[in-house]
Design a protein around this ligand. Structure first.
Ligand code: AMP
Ligand code: GLY
Length: 423
């Protein structure tokens, strides 16, 4: 089969790595890809947001399946356009992708169908939003309604911070039209976990559990990022917890989407807070998490492409996924300055040495090739992944590989996995 993967991050490198191993895969192309992906797939220089460009390529080159990595093209309707051309696509339609594209839509859906989540208000006027904050008091969480590249959520310790967040989103327009509305919600306390399932309508096949590390620095200090490291499995997600998340959150949500005429196909990612009252949903994403996707795919023993096809074709009930018992852990290396402003173009050395260690896999994110060298081309740049018998083993191996990467302009957290190790 001829497969097209859309995107350029560590997630897409992991997807390409899994798909390339499939006996079903004959040709693999990625738009736009990165330096690491270019070693295992053909890269076509079309941006992931260029819907017309991607549809044109898919039509010309007759791909059998298009796998869409990031949320923006899903929310913009790439899957709808591909389907209209008769091309199979992995990912939800725009109407189903609204689950991530509009936090207000997601919260209202949860409220209508009794899906556990934080109490909230939804506002399109800054004064009314501030009134609500004043009435409820802090701490409180302020969110831009639309897509904001992971930066649209502010956990505010006091009223002034919350007012500043409203001004930032609604008056200064930090996220453009994505901030025309805000969601204000109660702060949930507990431990976070990422829960993934393949979904087709009401068919749900859960994947292995994973845990992310959002803050930039060790000890969970510093600003929130897209994710600085992840591991799988997540010990907090016990079989009973999985059952609870499935029966109280995931199954009711996909059934609600069917009822609302927005049936979901693709991977559904529930960010959940394990609270004292059980799991509550923080957010839904309509794609694989990044970096969580990387350790997940490292642990998948079954053929990834077969699983993606079963999802698109509605045959999830016939599929049983096998996983390695090993743990997998990925340390993200980012350019200094990230998630704030950072420079591009620094040279990264030592990648071949690090990647040559047994059970280590290097996933590229923001990299490109220039004059035969790999250079940094983004905020999050590498995912250094390792498999081991335990999370402690995987962690040791991952940091051994990190230490072979020669990149003075980069940084990483040194404590990825601490929650699991502390259990
Ligand atoms: P979201 O993109 O909605 O998942 O928010 C990003 C991050 O903000 C989450 O991963 C949590 O760490 C935090 N967060 C969001 N909503 C809440 C909440 N209601 N209570 C506590 N933390 C939250
Ligand atoms: N790692 C969090 C996300 O992909 O949104």
């Amino acid at each position: 089969m001829n497969i097209l993967v859309v995107g350029s991050g560590g997630r897409e490198h992991a997807l390409c790595w899994g798909i390339a191993k499939s006996p079903l895969c004959r040709r693999l192309v990625c738009t736009p890809g990165n330096a690491g992906i270019s070693r295992i797939a053909e890269c076509a220089a079309i941006h992931a947001d260029d819907i017309n460009g991607i549809v044109g390529l898919a039509r010309r080159e007759r791909f059998d399946l298009v796998v869409v990595g990031p949320e923006a093209p899903l929310v913009a309707g790439l899957v709808d356009r591909l389907k209209a051309e008769g091309i199979k696509a992995f990912g939800p339609t725009a109407r189903a992708a609204e689950l991530e594209g509009s936090k207000g839509f997601m919260k209202d859906l949860c409220a209508r169908y009794g899906i556990p989540t934080a109490a909230y208000g939804r506002f399109d006027e800054p004064d009314a939003a501030k009134e609500y904050i004043h009435r409820h008091g802090a701490p409180i969480v302020v969110k831009a309604d639309g897509l904001a590249a992971g930066k649209g959520v502010m956990v505010c310790r006091n009223e002034n911070e919350a007012f500043a967040a409203i001004d930032h989103i609604m008056i200064e327009g930090a996220f453009g039209a994505a901030g025309n509305q805000v969601i204000i919600e109660d702060l949930l306390l507990g431990e976070e976990a990422s829960f993934f399932a393949l979904v087709h309508g009401t068919q749900v096949l859960p994947l292995a559990s994973a845990q992310d590390h959002k803050p930039a620095f060790d000890g969970d200090h510093g600003p929130n990022t897209g994710g600085m490291g992840a591991y799988s499995p997540a010990p907090i997600v016990t079989p009973e917890m999985t059952e609870g998340i499935l029966s109280r959150i995931v199954q009711p949500t996909v059934a609600a989407l069917v009822t609302e005429g927005r049936p979901y196909t693709g991977v559904l990612y529930a960010g959940v807070m394990i609270t004292r009252d059980g799991p509550k949903v923080l957010e839904f994403n309509v794609r694989f998490g990044d970096p969580e996707c990387q350790p997940l795919i490292m642990r998948l023993k079954s053929d990834l492409l077969t699983a993606l096809l079963a999802c698109v074709d509605g045959r999830l009930n016939e599929l049983a996924l096998e996983w390695y018992d090993d743990a997998a852990l990925v340390v993200v290396m980012a350019t200094q300055g990230y998630p704030g402003p950072y420079a591009k173009g620094s040279v990264i050395r030592g990648l071949d040495r690090a990647g040559a260690i047994d059970n280590v896999t290097l996933f590229h994110a923001g990299t490109k090739t220039a004059n035969g060298q790999v250079v940094a081309d983004g905020g999050r740049v590498l995912g250094v992944g390792a498999r081991g018998k335990t999370i402690a083993d995987a962690q040791r191996l991952a940091y051994r590989a990190v230490d072979l990467v020669d990149w003075p302009e980069g940084f990483c957290r040194r404590d990825i996995g601490w929650r699991a190790l502390g259990r």
